[in-house]
Design a protein around this ligand. Structure first.
Ligand SMILES: [Fe+2]
Length: 432
């Protein structure tokens, strides 16, 4: 055994050795192969951690904030209109958080304990910068800042990320951070599912939060779940249910289909400055027939009575894949008729670990301005082959990417960039 191998072995965490198939565990790492860096499970700390903003259904006057701390700790939020000088800290409002002092069976610990806190700040002024901090009255985070949405349609941009999923901190984080370097003024970020790889790994959630760090506490993050956030559950109609962290770590709009309790905070929508953003929980659509019917009915209502100029849907399983063998016919049959009927502008997807983008109308692939634009993208390092695609105007394999979408009254400009910041793809949709 070389010195280098011994150092790699010494660095292996419990979660790494547990995750590897028996017999492959340690000797498979050759002396010269790069070690896959994974973070170990970390206990919840006294100081607030994993602080994250989410948009509510009323982003002009509300903001949701969620975080966790050590078991037994309470939670409160202090907030104020931010001032140019330090005076805002003198008279902040204080609201108590909802606290769930939970014990979770996670991969690394069958009885992992943490206090999960969340609060929705209400009655905020539109289009205004607020400062806030979270804590328990003794231990506080730093003050973070965010801007509420304007009430009316107004130009803005947002970031779209595909699956982070693998080597989240060591190799997927660069894509997210490059997106923020380029579009740091984004109003929010959407994540198209598979944020993590193993549904029951709290260490991986730790990596996901470390990848975004304080960016998550100043820019709302809006995820839809993928199959990797689902855990086998014989009692659930879909055969699986969302993992224990999802609803504890996020505070997403609870305006999904009322008759599908399993899609609470997984299927939801919000209206942001002239754009209706809809998350479809594609696991529910794919695996549960009753949920599929209910989600389709709910979506029909959202699209039929949409006062916004633009509509963006996002979901994990793609209606049009970047690899023809990875087809989702049930999902497509359920959703495409509505997408066509109401001319949804953009459908943003994940799951396929490749890049593809094209326009498709009622009768198949179309000109960009004659159909709905579909995209598949991946942020993390796991790569699948990208097939020869009759529907795609642009495709790329072995490319980690992020997307920046600029929205205004007259135009929606979608741009994709590689993890190094190089332009990959662009299309502008216009409405007179
Ligand atoms: Fe997936």
């Amino acid at each position: 055994m070389t010195m280098k191998t011994r150092i790699l072995l010494g660095a292996l965490s419990l979660s790494q050795s547990l995750s590897m198939p028996l017999g492959l565990a340690v000797p498979a790492i050759a002396a010269d192969a790069p070690a896959v860096q994974q973070e170990p499970l970390a206990p919840a700390t006294v100081r607030p951690e994993r602080v994250i903003l989410n948009l509510t259904a009323d982003p002009a006057t509300e903001m949701a904030v969620t975080w966790r701390s050590a078991p037994g700790r309470s939670g409160q939020v202090q907030y104020a209109r931010a001032t140019n000088g330090p005076d805002f800290v003198k008279t902040p409002m204080t609201v108590a958080a909802r606290t769930d002092d939970a014990t979770l069976a996670v991969r690394e610990d069958p009885a992992f304990r943490a206090a999960y806190h969340s609060a929705v700040l209400k009655g905020l002024e539109p289009d205004t910068v607020y400062a806030y901090r979270v804590g328990d009255g003794a231990d506080w985070s730093e003050w973070f800042q965010f801007r509420t949405a304007a009430r009316e349609a107004k130009p803005f941009r947002f970031i779209y990320m595909g699956d982070m999923q693998n080597q989240i901190l060591s190799e997927a984080s660069r894509t997210l951070r490059m997106a923020f370097r380029q579009a740091g003024d984004a109003a929010f970020t959407i994540h198209a599912g598979d944020l993590i790889n193993r549904h029951d790994s709290d260490a991986e959630w730790g990596e996901w939060f470390a990848a975004g760090g304080f960016l998550y506490a100043q820019t709302p993050q809006m995820p839809t779940p993928g199959n990797h956030e689902y855990v086998r559950d014989e009692a659930a109609r879909a055969g699986s249910s969302i993992n224990g962290q999802w609803r504890r770590q996020f505070t997403l709009p609870e305006n999904g289909p009322a008759d599908v309790p399993a899609s609470r905070e997984t299927s939801w929508y919000t209206d942001y400055q002239g754009l209706r953003l809809i998350s479809i929980d594609s696991m529910q659509v794919d695996r549960d027939e009753a949920a599929r019917k209910a989600i389709v009915k709910w979506l029909d209502g959202l699209l039929a009575s949409n006062p916004n100029r633009w509509t963006v849907m996002f979901l994990h399983f793609p209606l049009f894949s970047s690899e023809p063998d990875r087809d989702n016919p049930k999902l497509r049959a359920a959703l495409k008729p509505l997408i066509d009927k109401y001319r949804v502008d953009l459908v943003l997807q994940g799951h396929d670990h490749g890049y593809a983008r094209g326009a498709i109308g009622k009768d198949g692939p179309s000109a960009d301005d004659a159909g709905t634009t579909y995209a598949v993208s991946v942020a993390g390092p796991k790569m699948y082959d990208v097939g020869s695609l009759p529907w795609a105007r642009k495709s790329a394999s072995r490319t980690q990417a992020y997307q920046v979408i600029d929205v205004s009254q007259g135009a929606l400009t979608y741009r994709a960039f590689t993890a190094t910041g190089q332009p990959l793809d662009a299309v502008t949709l216009r409405k007179p």
